[in-house]
Each structure stands twice: as C-alpha cells, then as structure tokens.
Ligand binder design. Structure first.
Ligand code: SF4
Ligand code: SF4
Length: 81
C-alpha cells in the first residue's frame, strides 16, 4: 500500500472509530484508531475497563480478530506481523 493510500485508510478508520465512547477511554490529544498499524497503542490509556471494538464498523469492515488495541497494540502487532 502506498503512503497516500495508507493515509486515506487511516482517516477512514479514524472517522468510524468509536473508542471515544468506550469505558476504557482516557481523553487526551489522541483520536483513537489504535487498531491501525501506523497508530497502534495509546500513550494515555493504561487500564482495561472494557473494550467496544467488537461493535465498531471497522471490526466488521477490516475483519479484525483482536481488541484492546489501545493497550495491546494494533491488529498487525497482536497477530505478530
Ligand atoms: S476497532 Fe476499535 S480501535 Fe479500531 S477504530 Fe474501531 S473502536 Fe477504534
Ligand atoms: S481499543 Fe477498545 S479498549 Fe481501547 S479505547 Fe478503543 S474500544 Fe476502548
């Protein structure tokens, strides 16, 4: 995927992300999208108080297998890629 395509995909993920409504969410300068490889883990969220990624349209669209991307890393990272 070229950099422009990657950036477009990232913006699409950010526009659909529902992390802001999650009980684990910590408000800081982050915008979510932690499942995305060029975003990855949060620097603000450290406590796992529930994850709503399963209900996010990105999970269905991209066929994500994991959750808690904010604390455990992006989908690629958690798949060991
Ligand atoms: S799957 Fe989770 S981290 Fe990824 S965009 Fe949706 S709510 Fe955010
Ligand atoms: S990745 Fe999951 S646990 Fe983390 S903020 Fe998003 S919905 Fe909540």
């Amino acid at each position: 995927m070229d950099p422009k395509e990657m950036e477009q995909k990232k913006q699409m993920v950010l526009s659909m992300c529902i992390c802001g409504s999650c009980p684990s969410w910590v408000a800081c300068d982050e915008k979510g999208g932690f499942c995305f490889p060029t975003i990855g883990k949060s620097n603000c969220i450290t406590e796992e108080n529930g994850c709503i990624c399963g209900g996010c349209p990105v999970t269905e669209k991209m066929g994500l297998k994991n959750m808690y991307f904010c604390t455990k890393g992006s989908e690629k990272e958690q798949l060991g890629m």
